[in-house]
Write a protein that binds this ligand. Structure first.
Ligand code: NAP
Length: 303
């Protein structure tokens, strides 16, 4: 071995490229600000109504972030903070008012609702044309049929990240083996449907999936949305896979972590999202995008 080779030899494993959701979300908000300014010039002002029931601190932080994003982009926001003892009937009445209000283009009820409230009834009461969370049967059904209208913000944000990250190299999900961990109505299911629509071959895993590790080892795209801190270990990740971490967990030290063990996974993945600064900011950006598109759909594409 030459002296040069000895010096140059064993290189540390290369770390994955970071998929910077924070930067992408800022770009999308900038694009939306321009669209909203054009709409305003034509006398159209998109509006989002948000209901927060109870005192859950995490929900209050999420709602605060959404209202701030509205302000930044120029979307009018209406916020209703309701006590934890609000009844389902009272919440349905508020939704009925917003459904009938022509100034409201999007309605969002922050989940989870306090125990005792009928989440399904609340979600289904929102007019499909104003269902900017995309959780209702109409919008989810349309997605399943491959003709989406308003798509759930988190999985749509993931698709937008994959699109924007892949664009320079020509990478797309088409033809890739994708594993989605989680089958919730809000994240896992719509995520799987979106990847399917993008021509990936999709496997959905959940808490009853035996040998999750070997399912993940087959995947060229991994979306972790299980709500289990560091569930996905680095040695589960196939070399060169693209890893999207949807999970959010706040540790006792206040730090946020995800469903993926970032330190080890980033040594094997081609690209990976950080937590924080990955999927979270994209979720809010896509909520804003949904509000603008709900406004355009309701008031005609020309506005
Ligand atoms: P959820 O409703 O609790 O669903 C979790 C899913 O993961 C379920 O389908 C569950 O399976 C599955 N699961 C749980 N433990 C598992 C395990 N050990 N192995 C395999 N699958 C497992 O949660 P969610 O609302 O979808 O959210 C998931 C995570 O994403 C949470 O950490 C949440 O905080 C986060 N989140 C982040 C954003 C964001 O903007 N970044 C947005 C939404 C959610 P079963 O169906 O069998 O129970």
């Amino acid at each position: 071995m030459t002296e040069f080779a000895a010096i140059a030899a064993p290189a540390a494993p290369r770390s994955a490229e970071l998929i910077d959701g924070k930067a992408m979300a800022a770009t999308i908000r900038g694009e939306l600000r321009e669209t909203v300014a054009k709409l305003a010039a034509n006398g159209t002002h998109p509006g989002l109504a948000v209901a927060l029931v109870g005192e859950d601190p995490a929900s209050a932080v999420y709602v605060g972030g959404k209202i701030r994003a509205c302000k930044e982009i120029g979307i009018r926001s209406i916020e209703a903070r309701l006590p934890a003892d609000t009844t389902t009937a009272q919440l349905l009445e508020l939704i009925d008012q917003w459904n009938a209000d022509d100034n409201v283009d999007g309605i969002l009820v922050q989940l989870p609702l306090p125990r005792g409230l009928d989440t399904q009834a609340v979600v289904e009461r929102i007019l499909p044309s104003k269902d900017v969370d995309g959780f209702g049967a109409d919008n989810l059904g349309r997605l399943a049929q491959g003709r989406p209208r308003l798509v759930a913000c988190t999985p749509w944000g993931v698709m937008e990240m994959l699109k924007r990250w892949g664009q320079p190299s020509g990478w797309t999900p088409a033809g890739k083996r994708a594993v989605v961990i989680g089958r919730s109505i809000t994240v896992g299911r719509p995520m799987a449907l979106l990847l399917l629509s993008a021509d990936a071959t999709v496997t959905i895993c959940h808490s009853r999936t035996p040998d999750l590790a070997s399912a993940v080892r087959q995947a060229e795209i991994v979306v972790a949305a299980a709500g289990q801190r560091h569930l996905v270990q680095g040695d589960w990740i196939a070399k060169g896979a693209v890893v999207i971490d949807v999970g959010i967990h706040r540790g006792e030290d206040g730090k946020l972590t995800g469903d993926v063990d970032f330190a080890t996974a980033s040594q094997r993945a081609r690209a990976i999202t950080p937590v924080p600064g990955g999927v979270g900011p994209m979720t809010i950006a896509m909520l804003m995008a949904n509000t603008v598109s709900a406004c355009r759909q309701r008031r005609g594409q020309g506005v």
